[in-house]
Write a protein that binds this ligand. Structure first.
Ligand code: C5P
Length: 238
C-alpha cells in the first residue's frame, strides 16, 4: 500500500459545501474520507455518493449498536452505498456482529459489489478505566476488555478494529497480520494537539503496525490542507 492510501481524512464539518471542497482538494492525496455522525446526520447519505463521484473512498463512521436485526439492516444500507468501510460497537455482542457480517456478505453478493470492510469499535478512547468500572459496570481491566472485544470481533468475521495508538501492538499480536487496524489520535510533530491526549506521529503509528490512520485537523485546519497532507505523506515515505 502506498503511504497516501493509509491516510483517512476525517471530514468533521457540517456543511456539504465544505466537505466537498476538501474532497476536491484532497481526493488524490489521501486514501479515503471519513464521514461521521455530524456530517452524515446533517446532509444525509447522498454525501457518500458525492464523495465517490469525486474519486474518494468513504469510511462511514456511525458506530452501530442495536439489536442484531436492526444492525443487519444498517449493514445492508452501508453495502448498498458501496462504502469502503463502516463500524459497529463490539459491545453489541457476538450475535450483532455476526448478523452484520452475514448481511454484508448477502447484500454484496446480491448487488454484485465489493463488500465494505466492517470494523469494530472496542472501548472508546474517551472512556477511562474508572468509567469502565463505575459507569459501564465492566469489572475487567481496560486492557482485558479491549483485547477481549477485538478478538471477539475477529471470531465473528469482522475485518478489523478502530483503536488508539497504544492498542495497536497488542491487537496486532493477538489478531494477526490480516486484521485491519485503523487508528485516530495522529499528530505530526509540527501540528497542534487540539483535544487529543494519547497521540502518536504518523510514522510511529505505521511502525506500531497500523494499516490506516484517521487524521482530521492537522490537515483540515492547516492553511493549505493539500500541502499538509503531502507533508505527512513525505514523512511516511522517509
Ligand atoms: O481532528 P482529529 O485528527 O483529532 O480527528 C480525529 C478523528 O478521529 C475524529 O473524527 C474523531 O472523532 C475520531 N476518533 C478519535 N478518537 C477515537 C475514535 C475516533 O479521535 N478514539
Amino acid at each position: 500500500m502506498k503511504p497516501k492510501e493509509r491516510i483517512i481524512l476525517a471530514l468533521d464539518v457540517d456543511s456539504e459545501a465544505r466537505a466537498l471542497e476538501l474532497v476536491e482538494k484532497l481526493a488524490d492525496s489521501v486514501g479515503a474520507f471519513k464521514v461521521g455522525m455530524q456530517l452524515y446526520n446533517q446532509v444525509g447519505p447522498g454525501i457518500v455518493r458525492q464523495i465517490q463521484d469525486l474519486g474518494g473512498r468513504v469510511f462511514v463512521d456511525l458506530k452501530f449498536h442495536d439489536i442484531p436485526n436492526t444492525v443487519a439492516g444498517a449493514a445492508r444500507v452501508m453495502t448498498g452505498l458501496n462504502c469502503f468501510m463502516f463500524n459497529v460497537h463490539s459491545s453489541g455482542g457476538r450475535d450483532m456482529m455476526t448478523a452484520a457480517m452475514k448481511a454484508v456478505q448477502e447484500e454484496s453478493a446480491r448487488l454484485g459489489c465489493a463488500p465494505p470492510l466492517v470494523l469494530a469499535v472496542t472501548v472508546l478512547t474517551s472512556i477511562s478505566e474508572q468509567q469502565l468500572h463505575d459507569e459501564m459496570y465492566i469489572s475487567r481491566s481496560m486492557e482485558q476488555t479491549v483485547m477481549g472485544w477485538a478478538q471477539m470481533a475477529k471470531e465473528c468475521g469482522l475485518n478489523g478494529v478502530v483503536c488508539s495508538p497504544q492498542e495497536i501492538e497488542p491487537i496486532r499480536r493477538a489478531c494477526g497480520s490480516d486484521f485491519v487496524i485503523v487508528t485516530p489520535g495522529i499528530r505530526p510533530l509540527w501540528s497542534e494537539k487540539n483535544d487529543q491526549k494519547r497521540i502518536t506521529t504518523p510514522r510511529e503509528a505505521l511502525r506500531l503496525g497500523a494499516d490506516y490512520m484517521v487524521i482530521g485537523r492537522p490537515i483540515t485546519a492547516a492553511p493549505d490542507p493539500r500541502e499538509a497532507a503531502l507533508r505527512i505523506i513525505e514523512e511516511l515515505e522517509e
